[in-house]
Design a protein around this ligand. Sequence first.
Ligand SMILES: C[S@@+](CC[C@H](N)C(=O)[O-])C[C@H]1O[C@@H](n2cnc3c(N)ncnc32)[C@H](O)[C@@H]1O
Length: 323
Amino acid sequence: MKRKSLKAITKETKTVHVPSSIKPQRARQLIRRFHLLLKNKTLALQKLQSSEADYLTKLKQIGTFQVYSGNRQKVVDSIKVNSLETENVIKIESLEPMFLSGLLGRIDGEIFKRGGLDAYQVASTQGQNGKRGGDSSKYLIKWLSELELFSKVGIKPNALEIGCLSSQNLISTSKVFEEVVRIDLQSQESKILKQDFMQRPLPKNDTEKFNLISCSLVLNFVPTASDRGQMLKRVTTFLKETHSYFFLVLPLPCITNSRYCTQEHVAKLMSSLGFQELKFYQAQKIAYWLYKWNGSKSLTGKTFLKKELVSGKGMNNFCIVLD
Ligand SMILES: C[S@@+](CC[C@H](N)C(=O)[O-])C[C@H]1O[C@@H](n2cnc3c(N)ncnc32)[C@H](O)[C@@H]1O
């Protein structure tokens, strides 16, 4: 069989159709599958001691690029349905580079076949549809006005929205903020900067910091427990020393059905980073928090390792590690 050139494969990858709307049940399935694929990809990249930016170069160097660059769709078709279901089925930690490259090829192939990050974002946007829970920043804006946090002190606050899917969210349209910086790994609009928060250049002074950072349904997207902890730590470096707040949103099962994470655990971990809980709301499927940040002097440096807190059948493994 004639082998396709990399150029031809790249061309192929541009033709997957991403629907503009997805049914709710399908959207939930898609979101769960993406989280799983990305988690496994992160584990494979860690084992390869590589990153998203340079793993293709690394695979080429170690000579396994041929496996990776095979016809992706064919590889995807042969994927075993359960092979990525749990971390334990494929022990990524024990795979040799050759197999890791095959695994990465299958994961990338499936992400591509499912429509890539674009499809994930369409599925996530369904959740922002009013009928399906709506824009999560409505709680943030309600709380800010109830507590008069900025109006009381007469400052004109700015905000950073990490993981932004729309510039028409209440954060942007409520006029509470003088400036809103919106970032996402994959930007759907010109008003949203395509940027990985973990790579955003660190602020040089207080004027480059924010009064409010919103992190709504982003932390659960981050594939590993220690990367989640790193993200929360990094948030503190972007907050102003005074009058600064953090809005956190997580799917409810992250704190009600996880072996390693409970509401109490989140409270302790956040407190160790200098966050004081001002508001908490538990909706049917989502948990919302508003925190005040007490400045860099309030960082304790405490560690929180992966530890089973609750046991039971059918629980999930969501976890946040501070090490
Ligand atoms: C489930 S969507 C949530 C969107 C929206 N904030 C909401 O509440 O509905 C998660 C978004 O976070 C983005 N994201 C994940 N990690 C990120 C990072 N490190 N930097 C910037 N955006 C990130 C993803 O690209 C995705 O669009």
